[in-house]
Ligand binder design. Structure first.
Ligand code: RVP
Length: 505
């Protein structure tokens, strides 16, 4: 006879926060969103923390190198998707780790014998008007000159004219040596009224370009998430099948943290994967595990040595696991239970294992609720898929810009290892995810700033200046179905439908 699970199964939309007393100190600018990423012992500092409580989902349509850099610049972290070869995944990790803020490795480099016609074609393709010229046309060849749009007149000049005839030659260029700091590079740019400054090594090989505009944007990133060598932090997804091959490659590429990507993590497969990592790397490799939806699952993974535990089954926007298999749990209830288990575990063992709420965040206020319920950080897929920096195409659907977004369990991603129970997958006959569009929403930074301003404001309404205090002070209330209607604009005719906040944009 089956037993009935005692816990509930509510979703985020069924809750609200009741405000508490806010003092004059409680203003958004005073709020810290810093949060632990990996387990730590009482009295110690976590080895890795986030400056904002956001990580991007381990998905093909979400976490590529470009999004990883943009998110780390804001203080969060991406987990590069694991549903690709270990070499390709490691190459993406390397790309993030070798990214030097403000130092751009040119992807439109010329040779002296190219024609003006070819320069104009390259400009059209890449959108870049500044192109360094090297002897072999590679981004690390010997620097021989530079071409900018001021060097030619597209409508008048002969398209057969050679780059060597109109480029600014190396001897007339101002360059800086490799190792120059961004600040010094910027001073040189200002002192010499330049728009860009090439950086070269002792052998006159091109290293990077520094652009005037990048310094200011770099300065406006107080939360950026850097390692001790000033490189951006990045994570990577792994699975419970090929870890012995994949983990060494990711570690070698410089991944700062790994995460076992699985739809259901309360399993022997996760235990074996965690044990293998501990045997081979001790604590030097940090790895999260999941997903689970109750206290029992949390305790199992915490005991197996997971550095953080991810919560959520079936709540993802593209996920149809609940419909297909009948497993899962309302995300809010799952999170509340697991966070309670985390606190009990901390009391008992003195070890704090952070909890990540994964999937099902639709409105910005859901982020706030998840943090109030105890999540240390949030994993988001749909949210990030909408931005310029996600790896997918922007397409025009019936006059509106959309971005593509598909589940890892969809036929498109074919990430069967995520759903693997160890059997032969050849005969797999059902999917657990869909392929979809989400409304295009512009650059990551603007959106993240806006969402987190709302989170900070609500924290202030609850009298909290950091996430631990927020959890402590938050008063959650379950709402009735009719009070949900009361919460949005109602009984009025909106002049402009964009004012409707509670709309799944
Ligand atoms: P969301 O943010 O609601 O889009 O959810 C993203 C999460 O959904 C992922 O982090 C993952 O846990 C889950 N997912 C990814 N693919 C699928 C699927 O195909 N079922 N589910």
């Amino acid at each position: 006879m089956a037993t009935f699970f005692e816990g509930e199964s509510h979703t985020f939309s069924e809750y609200l926060l009741v405000p508490g007393y806010s003092s004059a100190e409680n203003i958004p600018a005073n709020v810290s969103l810093r949060t632990p990423l990996v387990r730590f012992k009482r009295g110690e500092e976590p080895a890795l923390s986030l400056n904002i409580p956001m990580v991007s989902a381990i998905m093909q349509a979400v976490s590529g190198p470009k999004l990883a850099v943009a998110l780390a610049q804001e203080g969060g972290l991406s987990f590069i998707y694991g549903s690709q070869s270990a070499d390709d995944e490691a190459a993406m990790v390397r790309e993030v780790k070798s990214y030097k803020a403000g130092f751009v490795v040119s992807d439109s480099t010329l040779t002296p014998d190219m024609t003006l016609g070819q320069v104009m074609e390259m400009k059209e393709r890449t959108g870049h008007s500044t192109m360094p010229v090297t002897d072999d046309g590679t981004s690390h060849g010997h620097l021989v000159g530079i071409v900018t749009s001021r060097d030619y007149r597209p409508s008048r000049d002969d398209r057969a004219k050679l780059v060597s005839e109109f480029m600014t030659p190396r001897e007339k260029m101002i360059v800086a040596e490799d190792g120059t700091s961004l600040k010094t590079a910027n001073d040189i740019i200002w002192d010499n009224k330049l728009n860009q400054l090439p950086i070269v090594d002792a052998d006159n090989r091109l290293v990077a370009l520094v652009f005037r505009k990048d310094y200011d944007s770099h300065k406006s990133r107080p939360d950026e998430l850097l390692d001790q060598h000033k490189r951006y932090l990045v994570g990577a997804g792994i699975n419970t099948r090929d870890y012995a091959e994949r983990v060494p490659k990711l570690v070698d590429a410089g991944a700062d943290v790994l995460c076992i990507d699985s739809s259901e993590g309360f399993s022997e497969w996760q235990k074996r994967t965690l044990a293998w990592i501990r045997e081979n790397y001790g604590d030097s490799v940090r790895v999260g595990a999941g997903n689970v939806v109750d206290a029992e699952g949390f305790r199992f993974l915490a005991d197996c040595g997971a550095d953080f535990v991810k919560v959520g089954i079936g709540g993802g926007s593209i996920c149809i696991t609940r419909e297909q298999k009948g497993i899962g749990r309302g995300q809010a209830s799952a999170l509340i239970d697991v966070c309670r288990a985390r606190d009990e575990y901390y009391e008992e063992t003195g070890v704090y294992v952070p909890v990540c709420s994964d999937g099902g965040i639709v409105y910005d206020y859901h982020m706030t609720l998840a943090l109030a319920m105890g999540a240390d950080f949030l994993m988001l897929g749909r949210y990030f898929a909408r931005f310029d920096e996600s790896p997918t195409r922007r397409v025009n659907v019936n006059g509106s810009y959309m971005k593509e977004y598909w589940g890892e369990g969809s036929a498109r991603a074919r990430n069967w290892q995520r759903y693997d129970l160890g059997g032969n997958k050849k005969g797999l006959s059902f999917v657990e995810g869909v392929d979809s569009y989400v409304p295009y929403a512009g650059p990551l930074k603007e959106n993240v700033d806006n969402s987190l301003l709302k989170v900070r404001s609500t924290m202030c309404n609850c009298g909290a200046l950091d996430l631990a205090e927020f959890r402590e002070k938050a008063k959650l209330t379950l709402v009735s179905a009719t009070s949900l209607v009361e919460g949005g604009a109602h009984d009025v005719l909106l002049k402009d439908s964009s004012q409707q906040v509670n709309f799944r944009s």
